[in-house]
Design a protein around this ligand. Structure first.
Ligand code: AMP
Length: 594
């Protein structure tokens, strides 16, 4: 598979994409005009602009750039039963629960019926893009593990749910036309089962039953795919029993799942069960994905941002034999962009923002700097989509049809080039500071970078960092950074175990992490002595699965779940502390010079 373009389907969609990206500036202007026209009588806009005004310069001069705090009172009023016209000219049909939180509570994003068309539009671009590079995707099945979450209504009765749940429950998904390019192994009823264990069980089982027909595998985020591999590891013998007997495990009690799986497990298949068992019994699970699904041409999942840490694990499970593909960038606020070079290295993934999704503006940032959420941003500082500069960093700001005006999603992007006149962005991180003890402020990217440095050391000793999170421990004086790590051994003999760890290895990792943290951290640690030695708490296997279960039990969504990079809740901290195998501290200070 080289980058050469192949004959493909979906030429119309690609022609449309060319039009949009060639005319990005014009499309953006007309999108903003359209949003203002439709929403010109909303209470929110009328605070800043006259009724019926669609004047773009006035909009940019008067309407403030806001974070969630600025729009929350309006959203809350609608959630409580006041009219949608507070924010939007169209009826708000649901509130989307973002994975971002505000003061510990999930953020709610307004959504209108036609947003589903915009999401469908973006989804419909993915196959035409992939077909340019990977032939024959209509000759088999796609094993995508997709999940919904039980929803809660707002006080006024609007559904409140994650954006993916909204999509999978919509007619756009449930009543989609049969398409050989999107023939899923998972029955819809298994996808729509709100019990995530039963859903996972049935979807994986269906994927195993169809193992010789699967041409690609995926999940929305890489973490979910890895969770599926771990689920397979724990449940393969039950899957084999089901396949051998043609009977679904009695642990699956959901009637929709049972009904759907009766069609999948139509007859006993001892031969297939033996195949699956033989693969699962291998001493090493290196390359297991390619053994289990031998016709798979690629893996698809979000692998950028915090998901980048899963790339080595996926490369292990594919033995690097098939590409890891990352195709889209989306959020609850609005869907954003696609990767037009899907077979590129995951580290080089860049997203072309689609100019018809929303009106985009950008807050220019100094490299590495982020504006704190509370900081007011002068509206005239913002740059239009077509005016961003290659190499520069920006925080993205959106104006949507559903009623977000100059809203800071919180994502930091870097421009890496253009497709026609539409910029391509590398996802840098979500605006945040994950750790801070004194003057030091460590964001997700810094933490990830420093851990990546330590991972190289681990790898040289045949260990893989399965998952990590962090915590600013201020119970010691001075306070110090704590990293919670779960490790797996990747030597052929010892797969999955953590012992024996070489003496001094994790202390050295503590040091490597500290050396890789930023100037201010090293100054605090080595000069000011206001930060104590960094600590690694090694956790037992499965600790992060337990953390995910905890977050989900507190209302998170399995699709959108991302391991928190910093632990803030006491329950999560207690859970991780109860799984400690051993603690290690940095033995020497990192280098620092003024
Ligand atoms: P949510 O609001 O829960 O839908 O989460 C949306 C957020 O997930 C985005 O604002 C990003 O921070 C992150 N995200 C979504 N897609 C990607 C991607 N392809 N790469 C990196 N981060 C992503």
């Amino acid at each position: 598979m080289d980058g050469k373009k192949l004959e493909y389907k979906g030429e119309d969609a690609l022609r449309g994409l060319e039009y949009l990206t060639k005319n990005a500036g014009e499309v953006q202007r007309s999108i903003l005009k359209e949003i203002l026209t439709r929403n010109s009588r909303t209470e929110y806009l009328n605070k800043y602009m006259e009724e019926y005004s669609v004047d773009v310069p006035t909009y940019r001069r008067r309407v403030p750039v806001v974070t969630y705090a600025g729009v929350k009172p309006y959203i809350q009023r609608i959630a409580n039963g006041e009219d949608s016209s507070i924010l939007s000219g169209s009826p708000i049909t649901e509130m989307l629960i973002s994975s971002g939180t505000s003061a510990g509570e999930p953020k709610l994003m307004p959504s209108i019926a036609e947003d589903l068309h915009r999401r469908t539009y973006l989804y419909n671009l993915i196959m035409p893009i992939m077909n340019q590079y990977v032939p024959g995707l209509d000759q088999g099945k796609a094993m995508y593990l997709l999940f919904v979450k039980a929803e809660m209504p707002t006080p006024s009765g609007l559904p409140a749910r994650p954006v993916l749940t909204s999509y999978y429950k919509s007619q756009h998904f449930k009543c989609r036309a049969r398409d050989p390019f999107n023939d899923l192994t998972s029955p819809d009823k298994a996808i729509l089962c709100t019990d995530s264990r039963q859903s996972m069980y049935c979807q994986l089982l269906a994927g195993l039953v169809h193992r010789h027909r699967v041409l690609r595998l995926g999940a929305v985020f890489a973490s979910a795919l890895l969770r599926a591999i771990s689920f397979l590891e724990f449940n393969w013998s039950s899957f084999c029993d089901d396949i051998r007997t043609g009977q679904l495990s009695p642990s699956i009690t959901d009637s929709g799942c049972r009904l759907a799986m009766a069609g999948v497990l139509a007859s006993a298949d001892p031969g297939l069960a033996d195949e699956v068992e033989a693969i699962c019994r291998r001493a090493s699970w290196k390359g297991i994905i390619c053994h289990m699904w031998p016709r798979a041409k690629y893996i698809e999942a979000v692998l950028t941002g915090t998901m980048a840490q899963y790339i080595p694990a996926l490369e292990f499970y594919t033995a690097g034999r098939i590409p890891l593909v990352c195709v889209m960038y989306a959020s609850s606020e609005c869907y954003l962009g696609v990767n037009l070079d899907p077979l590129c290295d995951p580290a080089d993934v860049a997203y072309t923002l689609l100019p018809n999704m929303a009106y985009f503006e950008f807050i220019p940032l100094e490299k590495g700097l982020q504006l704190p959420e509370e900081e007011a941003v002068p509206g005239d500082k913002l740059v239009d989509l077509v005016d961003v500069k290659v190499g520069c960093y920006y925080e993205i700001v959106v104006t949507t049809f559903a009623g977000l005006y100059r809203y800071r999603i919180g994502d930091i992007l870097q421009v890496v080039g253009f497709h026609n006149s539409a910029p391509k962005f590398r996802f840098i991180c979500r605006r945040n500071v994950v750790l801070s003890i004194d003057n030091d402020k460590t964001n997700e990217e810094d933490l990830h970078k420093s851990i990546t440095a330590a991972k190289r050391l681990l790898k040289a000793h045949d260990y893989l960092l399965v998952e990590y999170t962090s915590y600013a421990d201020t119970s010691t004086i001075p306070g110090h950074y704590v990293l919670f790590w779960e490790l797996a051994c990747i030597s052929e003999e010892e797969v999955g175990t953590v012992a024996p760890l070489e003496e001094g290895l994790l202390e050295e990792c503590c040091h490597v992490v500290e050396e890789s943290l930023d100037y201010v951290y090293r100054r605090c640690r080595s000069f000011d002595k206001s930060v104590g030695p960094l600590e690694i708490r090694l956790l037992e296997e499965g600790a992060f699965d337990a953390l995910m279960d905890l977050c989900i039990s507190h209302g998170g969504s399995i699709n959108q779940y991302k391991t928190p990079r910093c632990i803030e809740s006491n329950a999560a901290l207690e859970l991780l502390n109860s799984k400690i195998v051993a603690c290690f501290f940095s033995h020497r200070e990192p280098a620092w010079s003024p």
